[in-house]
Design a protein. Sequence first.
Length: 135
Amino acid sequence: AAPNGISAAIFTINTSNDHVLGPIGIAGKIVKATISSGRVASLGTGSFSLYVATTDGTTKTLVTNTIDPEAITVNVGVNFSIVAGLAARAATDVLFLRCTADNNTVSTDASNVKVTVWVVPTDTAPTRGASVWGT
């Protein structure tokens, strides 16, 4: 999977920001996710976590554990832990990176945040239009 990046303000004091990463792109089960940042945040207590929602975005489902944004190393990928029992998702389901900060000042925001997600397809006979892939 190609990494999705965020260029807006990542953390806001006393707020959980949900940054849209886009649709998953393939029906299947999320089996791995990593995050990296070009700058380590300094913000008191904060977290990164990954959510997924159906295309209407009304109900978000937690995909991963949280990662402390101050505990990562610049430009080094960190693995999220996928939550147990996560159901397979539709290709059109949308990924969100939730960035949560407490009431301490965000003195240094994260930047160039990249998220990569691995999906195992659930379609055992994928098609493209009316033809079978590879034919």
